[in-house]
Design a protein around this ligand. Structure first.
Ligand SMILES: [Zn+2]
Length: 190
């Protein structure tokens, strides 16, 4: 099933999400819905609040982006051993961040038509459960780590625009108000 994506202004995007157990009703269908909605939106990551569910669940696909990138882009966005991932993250907790940071443009399916430069750590260590609820601890880098950080923050009620400087925030303020107004019908659908 493809769900409508919640848009900036919807309070669900600011909620701290709750942990879930294996017994969460219809969890495998929810995960499948997340993947179908992500593919339909042609995105690289989606968090549960974006389909109006305030639970600690997100999906990341950096593999398709890798596939479409030039050799030069791959060098800039991916570490040597990384060809991208397609992974489901449940109850994730980022336990470590590298000191090394990098800056690049970022967007969000819930904030259409906005694209802003964000500085983030290059590498992260993350503890999570996969779609079978097996415990995992992994280290990710570059573009993959960036999407994971972005989606993880959604489960904490944060948005990438929270990282912008006060000056930049002021500049996009009116645009954000317009996004919230223009897309209001989406709020009622979901
Ligand atoms: Zn987002």
């Amino acid at each position: 099933m493809i769900k409508p994506i919640t848009i900036y202004g919807n309070p669900v995007l600011r909620k701290e999400c709750v942990s879930i157990e294996k017994t969460y009703p219809g969890i495998q269908e929810v995960i499948e819905t997340m993947w179908q909605t992500l593919r339909n939106a042609d995105g690289c990551g989606l968090a549960a609040p974006q389909i109006n569910l305030p639970i600690k669940l997100f999906v990341v696909n950096s593999r398709d982006s890798y596939a479409y990138m030039s050799a030069r882009e791959r060098e800039r966005f991916f570490s040597k051993d990384d060809c991208g991932i397609e992974e489901t993250f449940i109850n994730a907790e980022i336990t470590g961040y590298s000191d090394e940071v990098w800056t690049t443009g970022e967007g969000c399916l819930s904030i259409p038509d906005l694209y802003e430069e964000v500085t983030r750590p290059w590498s992260i260590t993350i503890k999570y459960q996969d779609k079978e609820f097996n415990e995992q601890v992994k280290v990710y880098h570059g573009y993959t780590a960036r999407i994971i950080q972005h989606e993880f923050e959604h489960t904490e009620g944060k948005l990438y625009i929270d990282h912008l400087s006060p000056f930049r925030k002021q500049l996009i303020k009116n645009k954000l108000v317009r996004i919230a107004k223009r897309k209001k019908h989406y709020l009622c659908e979901s």
